[in-house]
Write a protein that binds this ligand. Structure first.
Ligand code: NPG
Length: 368
């Protein structure tokens, strides 16, 4: 069984509601799927990059370009995901582009081997506790209403996006309205500087699970300094781009919790390595989200089922994001979402739905 061609599929989907963060507002997703087609099997991967380089330096047109010019030409008919990761290490950065290609190759080979991604990665759970990420709302009243709606649906953990000026009082209002037992954390997406340390220390009174990425991606040392000035545990997201960065960040005390996003670290193989490192050090991890459709979500759920994922992730149900997902929808049941357990990532796009969303399909023939 050999890989014959790879399709890059570009598509578009609207979000059910605008998602505001400290770096911008997302109202839709500019999608890029990698579709590996072999003699009798196929594999799918979803690129998590956004349309613009605001969350990280990667963006979807850039990923398309890197795949087309550099990554896809590396692929041979019999190449495994593991071999691809090795070959692609000659290309610097571009983790989101690499991750999407790796996922499609993994899905392809695991389908061939009749194994689920969850089993392959070492999953120990059949369902994962689901948290939800709440964008910055225009008013405190709207925030309380939004949080209340998610709690009513059964989400077990709330993450509030914050930015300077819309932080302490917003968190206070949510704590006061929903009580001290609710699992609550905040995400700053790099919006602060070390000069804000005493301001961020005001979050200490709210017993948050963590504060995610308060300072810029590159400022690991700033996070070390901040960790000495605030009581809330620091979790890194944007900063953690590789296993080596994760190890260094833990070594110097830049964080005590890690958000693992496969797209951000170049794929599921690197994610597993970071997970294993964190388990060996007793560091909790959780699975982040990038507003993925069902393809990316399925693979994230497999990862989130590993034993070190002891905190609920941003692995919400399809309905939190889209009216109609590109796969069968992932559904929240009693605060949990089932982990796909068939073969590969366990899902495929619904052809008609994907076709209706698609803007462009490009085919690359894989030659020996
Ligand atoms: O549930 O998929 C989700 C969204 C989770 O908040 C979330 N993602 O910084 O972690 C993040 C954030 C994000 C959203 C990042 C959009 C990039 C774009």
């Amino acid at each position: 069984m050999t890989i014959e061609h790879i399709e890059i599929r570009r598509a578009h989907i609207n979000l059910v509601s605008p998602f505001r963060t400290s770096f911008g507002v997302e109202v839709d997703r500019d999608l890029l799927y990698v579709h590996v087609v072999g003699s009798d099997e196929e594999g799918w991967g979803e690129c998590v990059a956004m349309a613009a380089p605001l969350y990280s330096s990667e963006y979807v047109d850039g990923c398309d370009e890197v795949m087309t010019r550099y990554l896809l030409p590396m692929i041979t008919p019999t190449m495994t995901a593991q071999e691809f990761v090795l070959a692609a290490s000659s290309i610097r950065g571009n983790f989101m582009a690499k991750a999407a290609v790796e996922t499609a190759l993994l899905d392809y080979q695991l389908r061939r081997d009749k194994m689920s991604l969850a089993t392959f990665l070492g999953a120990t759970q059949t369902r994962v506790a689901s948290g939800v990420s709440v964008g910055i709302q225009s008013t405190t009243e709207e925030l309380l209403e939004t949080v209340s709606g998610y709690l009513a649906q059964g989400y077990v953990r709330i993450k509030l996006k914050i930015e300077p000026g819309l932080d302490i009082e917003r968190v206070r209002a949510v704590r006061e309205a929903f009580g001290d037992d609710m699992l609550l954390q905040v995400d700053a997406n790099s919006a602060y500087t070390i000069d804000d340390a005493s301001h961020l220390a005001k979050l200490d009174e709210f017993n948050l699970l963590l504060i995610e990425q308060p300072l810029p991606e590159e400022d690991l040392i700033g996070h070390v300094e901040l960790s000495k000035k605030i009581g809330t545990p620091i979790c890194l997201d944007e900063s953690i781009t590789t296993f080596d960065v994760a190890r260094g960040a833990l070594d110097i005390g830049a964080c005590s919790i890690i958000n693992i996003k496969p797209g951000r670290v170049g794929g599921y193989l690197e994610s597993k390595k970071i997970h294993d490192l964190c388990v060996s050090r007793g560091v909790p991890v959780w699975c982040g989200g990038m507003l993925e459709t069902g393809i990316g979500r399925a693979a994230n759920l497999a990862l989130a089922a590993l034993p070190g994922f002891t905190l609920p992730g941003d692995t919400s149900a399809s309905s939190r994001y889209f009216t109609q997902d590109v796969t069968d929808p992932f559904v929240l049941r009693d605060g949990y979402i089932d982990v796909p357990n068939t073969v590969g990532i366990g899902v495929r796009p619904i052809a008609d739905v994907l076709d209706a969303m698609s803007s462009k399909s490009t085919k690359y023939v894989v030659s020996p």
